[in-house]
Design a protein around this ligand. Structure first.
Ligand code: CA
Length: 351
């Protein structure tokens, strides 16, 4: 603390020493005292406070009433640029086949962990499931795939990771600036120090890995202690995930996906390659040669896809409404299939 107290005095001495002793020192205009000199160089070189884009962001956020300009300057002065996060983001993505993705994300260990988690929190999970209409095993599966039931929630301060991505990763700068905006509002609304929030390198928080915009919209204080604690309260976590899925169209009692038999014609393979959306009805798919292997109504909307079960071997499926609801959580067919695999392993059902 003493060190901090003396630092400004030392800085003044340094400024005095750096100036020519013959010239009187001009008073520093108020604006320059508050706003550090801004540079167009990247934040990796300037740090946040000296970066022109950051200063623009500060003025904009202050104008929106998110925080006072002084508070924002202080926030960025304390925020630490994390070059390793940018390195992680720049790693080339690998698209793994289902048989690898499944063993990594929905194997026996994950399913057994899910059974234990369900056992431990059964009462509240069942209560949330009844209330929101989303099966408990789906809530368990999402927490399992996201953070291995809360054991791997990330260790980055969001106050470092989000500014790093917002201003040091131009490819998605706009997205992360928006999330940073949401994050600052969230810290204010929750009455918490922004530097107290911990999450993944990409700004996802807590057991369900909500990004700030999702937290603000969908997180729920289910245990009623006045805080939406998605880091430590399983009731809050369960209700937050259920709330998210319900809001994204989950229908009580509906299936996730149904296996089909089909001959992979060029027409059907082209359909599989389309962007994930419920773009056909089951009836339309039947007329194209797709035969569901379980009962499903013709009017239901569906997306046709396949999973590679061994090199060059595929199982074909239609994803239904609830497939698409889980896909909203993470835009990956493999992810949704893994959630369903864990859920079926935990719940013994056929989702
Ligand atoms: Ca709570």
């Amino acid at each position: 603390m003493m060190k901090l107290k003396f630092a400004p005095a030392l800085a003044v001495l340094f400024v005095l020493a750096a100036c020519s002793s013959e010239q009187p020192i001009a008073p520093v205009p108020e604006a320059q005292k508050v706003v550090p000199e801004a540079s167009a160089l990247p934040v990796s070189e300037t740090g946040f406070s000296q970066n022109a884009e950051v200063q623009r962001f500060i003025r904009q956020q202050a104008g929106l009433g998110v925080m006072g300009e002084g508070q924002l300057q202080q926030f960025f002065a304390q925020s630490v640029y994390k070059g390793n996060i940018v390195n992680i983001m720049n790693r080339p993505g690998t698209s793994r086949p289902w048989y690898e993705f499944r063993s990594g994300n929905a194997g026996a260990g994950k399913i057994n962990g899910g059974r234990r988690f369900y056992q431990q929190y059964r009462q509240v999970l069942d209560q949330v499931a009844r209330e929101y209409g989303v099966p408990a095993e789906v809530l368990v599966a999402i927490v399992g795939i996201e953070t291995n039931y809360g054991s791997n929630m990330g260790s980055f301060r969001l106050a470092d990771s989000l500014p790093t991505l917002a201003f040091g990763y131009p490819r998605r700068g706009e997205f992360f600036q928006q999330e940073l905006h949401e994050f600052l509002l969230m810290a204010k609304e929750e009455g918490r120090d922004p530097f107290s929030f911990i999450g993944s390198y990409a700004g996802a928080m807590g057991m369900p890995q909500f990004i700030p915009s999702s937290y603000r919209k969908w997180a729920v204080d289910y245990d009623g202690d006045g805080q939406r604690n998605i880091w430590g309260s399983v009731p809050d976590v369960a209700a937050s995930v259920a709330n998210y899925l319900k809001a994204h169209g989950w229908q009580r009692g509906g299936k996730v996906m149904v296996p089909v038999s089909m001959v992979p014609t060029p027409e059907l393979l082209a359909l599989i390659e389309e962007k994930t959306a419920l773009n056909k009805t089951v009836g339309e798919l039947r007329r194209m040669g797709v035969t569901p292997l379980e009962e499903v109504a013709d009017h239901e909307k569906a997306v046709l896809f396949r999973l590679e079960t061994a090199p060059g071997q595929y199982d074909y499926y239609i994803g239904l409404n609830n497939f698409f609801a889980v896909w909203q959580y993470n835009h990956s067919r493999l992810y949704v299939s893994a959630v369903r695999e864990i859920a079926n392993g935990v719940g013994g059902g056929k989702l």
